[in-house]
Design a protein around this ligand. Structure first.
Ligand code: NAI
Length: 262
């Protein structure tokens, strides 16, 4: 049955930051679709949060899965106000290891598939479904990473994917400015979720972690600010930094990059 609650779709909503944002939204009176590949924890999360949540099993790398989740959201709730494109993995591929055969086999690109392709699909579908809202509009937040702006020597493919997520957001935000569709990214540091094993997390000094509540608060801040778009919020152990794109080098570059040259 439809009501006046606001509606969110959250990829990777069954664990970690996605679950924390889902819980807060439910507390604030939203209806939330949890779109996650992990059926067991997804069902469990939806059951524990109550009737305002619905779990849909989605592999974000599969376009048809994502379309089905958006369609089901519309079928149940009639609109989508907020999409959190958040599902991801760390993808510790052995990029630098010596190959066991020659020429080297192609590198494993699963992290690109999930963290970049998945976010492209989610953001693209969010834009099209939000254009059909009455009135049109909505807000998208993509989960990028500190690895979107800093080199991450141990995770080059993760960093490449997350740089892509930031570039997508910045480009879309400019284009969608006048359509009432806002899009932002969060760039967290280290959050002790199931992204890495405890074996890896236990090597981090405790003070290096950012409490998950800070991520939730940054996401909700972006969602609830009706005017801003294109923000990239770095979140690091108690501090939040608004990371604008670099200044244009000169007027020629401004013209080229803002589409005024053609
Ligand atoms: P998490 O592992 O606790 O949660 C990730 C969720 O994504 C899980 O529920 C998982 O089942 C789901 N997922 C994974 N692959 C999927 C797929 N193909 N389709 C649908 N769902 C899928 O990890 P966390 O930390 O909450 O990660 C959320 C996002 O935050 C990811 O994009 C991650 O890259 C990003 N991030 C995490 C940081 C951290 O330190 N934990 C730091 C910066 C960014």
């Amino acid at each position: 049955m439809r009501n006046n609650k606001k509606v969110a779709l959250i990829t990777g909503g069954a664990a970690g930051m996605g679950l924390a944002v889902t819980s807060k939204l439910v507390e604030d009176g939203w209806s939330v679709i949890i779109a996650d590949i992990n059926h067991d924890i997804g069902v469990q999360a939806a059951a524990s949060l109550g009737s305002s949540t619905t779990f849909i099993k989605v592999d974000v790398t599969n376009y048809d899965d994502q379309v089905a989740a958006f369609e089901k959201t519309i079928a149940i709730h009639g609109r989508i106000d907020f999409v959190f494109a958040n599902a991801g993995i760390a993808g510790r591929a052995d990029f630098y290891d010596s190959p066991d055969s020659w020429p080297p086999k192609p590198p494993a690109l699963q992290v690109e598939e999930i963290c970049l392709r998945g976010v492209v699909y989610t953001s693209y579908l969010a834009m099209h479904y939000m254009r059909r809202n009455q009135p049109p509009g909505g807000v998208i937040v993509t989960t990028a990473s500190a690895a979107s702006i800093y080199a991450s020597p141990d995770l080059p493919l993760y960093s490449a994917a997350k740089h892509g997520v930031l570039g997508l957001m910045r480009s879309m935000s400019e284009h969608l400015k006048n359509e009432g569709i806002r899009i932002h990214s969060i760039l967290p540091g280290a959050i002790r979720t199931t992204l890495h094993s405890e074996g890896i997390w236990s090597q981090f000094p405790k003070g290096d972690f950012t409490p998950i509540e800070e991520v939730v608060s940054a996401v909700l801040g972006l969602v609830n600010d009706p005017t801003s778009t294109g923000k990239a919020m770095e979140i690091s152990a108690g501090e939040v930094f608004d990371r604008s794109q670099p200044e244009f080098s000169n007027e020629t570059m401004r013209r080229i990059m803002t589409g005024k040259s053609y």
